[in-house]
Ligand binder design. Structure first.
Ligand code: SF4
Length: 65
């Protein structure tokens, strides 16, 4: 669902399966810079499977691990 909601078309299915035997979405190689941060993928997912982090949030998460 998130793949079809993304206005920039940067999401695709990965080869990785989740616990529900569904393929996990991923950002296409080298396309992350085209993400506008609109969060349509995040808000449109009924199962809260995907979320968007800005660069500061990513740095904070990395620092905590
Ligand atoms: S936040 Fe990024 S990946 Fe998600 S729908 Fe918007 S442009 Fe696509």
């Amino acid at each position: 669902m998130c793949i079809s909601l993304c206005p920039t078309g940067i999401l695709e299915l990965s080869d990785e399966l989740n616990m529900r035997i569904a393929y996990i979405p991923q950002v296409k190689e080298g396309k992350a810079k085209y993400c506008t941060g609109c969060r349509r993928c995040e808000y449109g997912c009924p199962d809260w499977c995907i979320y968007v982090l800005d660069e500061e949030e990513i740095k904070t998460k990395k620092a905590k691990t």
